[in-house]
Design a protein around this ligand. Structure first.
Ligand code: SD4
Length: 326
């Protein structure tokens, strides 16, 4: 197809454009190296700390630490590498790639993922910066509000913990309320990317520092295959961004790829995935991008006015920003 190679990635502001451009430049120079192009693109966002929601120095957890989630998928051979809750290593996407390339596992998490990364020669460094420290201090100074993530009774002392289960949890009630629309008040931009090379082979992946003020140990949707991203070499790929604690329950990227398998356009496939989540969580925040092997692409979103994404295709040297209404 004239439209290949193709790079499609989430969000449209300057740093995300640069990340898409990095992947697109790479695949134009090395037209079969879809996985390297993907990892270069994701890593570009990590080192730019896109929106402070990708890479080090953003979204501190309750303890003030930044932790990273990343996923790399390759269509041929259905290969995968992922890290979740990665600590003290900046290069989450590259570590995910190392899991894919140098192990028979698919997903490593937490301190043990760090240990693996060190064995593979990655550098250990703090992911805490002045910016993330300020975010964390502001949150502490505000009695740990907003705190969407703990479904607990308000602490009468207005301090941050110790947290106690609320009555519902103690009674194993099914009526406890979800912390809905949690992301709408915080910044929240994962990079998710699909790369299709000139052979029509597909790669997809994500990188993020997850949710701000999260409970330590929390892993989002981004490194989970079918949730944060998915690809099938016969069809295409998809990726998701937004409230991962909701989205991972629906495997929206898998669903979008399966819809494309049955002939749906990428735009419609993304819409169907969003609608599936919206039916249960009408106000949830998120977006899905999808691309097929014909070089077609599309996106859909919920919980915001519009959603922008970046596209580089065979027709141009520069990536372009597309915007869809939610
Ligand atoms: C997460 N999905 O960890 C990520 C965050 C995100 O746009 O994508 N924000 O839940």
């Amino acid at each position: 197809s004239q439209k290949l190679p193709l790079v499609v990635s989430t969000w449209g502001n300057a740093d995300f454009q640069a990340a898409g451009q990095r992947a697109f430049d790479y695949i134009q120079k090395y037209p079969k190296n879809r996985v390297a192009a993907l990892v270069e693109g994701l890593s570009e966002c990590e080192s730019r700390q896109c929106d402070t929601t990708v890479g080090y120095g953003g979204s501190p957890d309750e303890s003030g630490e930044t932790t990273l989630d990343a996923l790399v998928l390759d269509g041929p051979g259905q290969k995968m590498g992922a890290v979740g809750d990665l600590r003290k290593i900046k290069d989450a996407a590259r570590v995910a790639w190392a899991v894919m390339n140098y192990t028979k596992h698919s997903f490593l998490a937490g301190d043990q993922a760090t240990k693996f990364a060190l064995q593979m020669g990655f550098q250990e460094s703090s992911l805490i910066t002045n910016v993330s420290t300020t975010m964390h201090t502001e949150w502490l100074n505000n009695n740990c509000q907003p705190n969407f993530w703990r479904n607990v009774a308000p602490n009468p002392l207005k301090t941050c913990g110790p947290y106690k289960p609320n009555q519902n949890a103690a009674k194993f009630s099914l009526n406890s309320k979800e912390p809905l629309n949690a992301f709408s008040q915080v910044s929240h931009d994962t990079i998710g990317m699909v790369v299709i090379d000139t052979n029509g082979d597909v790669a997809a992946g994500t990188s993020t520092n997850g949710a701000r003020n999260k409970i330590p140990g929390r892993i989002g949707d981004s490194p989970i295959p079918g949730a944060g991203a998915y690809c099938d070499n016969a069809i295409g790929g998809a990726a998701a961004t937004g409230d991962g604690d909701i989205m991972m329950r629906f495997l929206p990227s898998f669903l979008a790829v399966e819809k494309m398998r049955s002939g749906t356009t990428p735009r419609k496939a993304a819409e169907i995935a969003i609608l599936r989540m919206k039916a249960v969580y009408p106000e949830y925040f998120g977006a899905v991008i999808a691309a097929n092997k014909l070089g077609e692409h599309g996106a859909a979103c919920n919980g915001m006015a519009t959603f922008s994404y970046v596209v580089g295709d065979g027709n141009a040297e520069k990536v372009q920003v597309y915007t869809v209404k939610c």
